[in-house]
Design a binder for this molecule. Structure first.
Ligand code: DQA
Length: 144
């Protein structure tokens, strides 16, 4: 196992900061990456940070994290959380623990966000804390 934690972000998260800020906050994804990079250094970890709007790319990165023996994956699959059996299968197929992350708390929102395919295989979940969800998830990854 290496000290690298993959941080994978799904669709529309490239628009953080301008996208529904009343739900997702004013911090951009670049702000979150910077915050995590600093925190990772303090924890003696490295992060490999990515965002894509494409489902298959998330799956390829999960496979990469496994091949590279990452410590953990923090996965905010955004809307694919609620739709993607392919992501569920990918998480089941790899050995690296996946921590599900959400800025908002999907379970307190529309009913279609209550189902999480990612959550069916994830080792843990941190949600509803805004950008801090990523920080808490990184602490959990460090403790693995
Ligand atoms: C989200 C919650 C999802 O329901 C939504 O589709 C997102 C963001 C979150 O971080 O709160 O795009 O994953």
């Amino acid at each position: 196992m290496t000290d690298t934690v993959f941080v994978l972000n799904g669709p529309n998260l490239n628009l953080l900061g301008q996208r529904e800020p009343e739900i997702y906050g004013h911090q951009t994804l670049a702000d979150i990456e910077e915050m995590l990079a600093q925190q990772a250094e303090e924890l003696g970890l490295a992060i490999s940070f990515h965002q894509t709007n494409h489902e298959g790319q998330l799956i390829d990165w999960l496979h990469d994290a496994n091949r590279q023996e990452a410590r953990a994956v923090l996965l905010n699959a955004a809307a694919y959380t609620h739709t993607s059996i392919a992501l569920l299968d990918a998480i089941k197929a790899i050995e690296v623990p996946v921590i599900e992350v959400h800025l908002s708390d999907p379970e307190t929102r529309e009913e279609f966000r209550h189902l999480s395919y990612v959550g069916m295989a994830a080792a843990d979940c941190v949600k509803g804390l805004g950008a801090r969800s990523y920080s808490v998830a990184l602490e959990k990854a460090a403790a693995l």
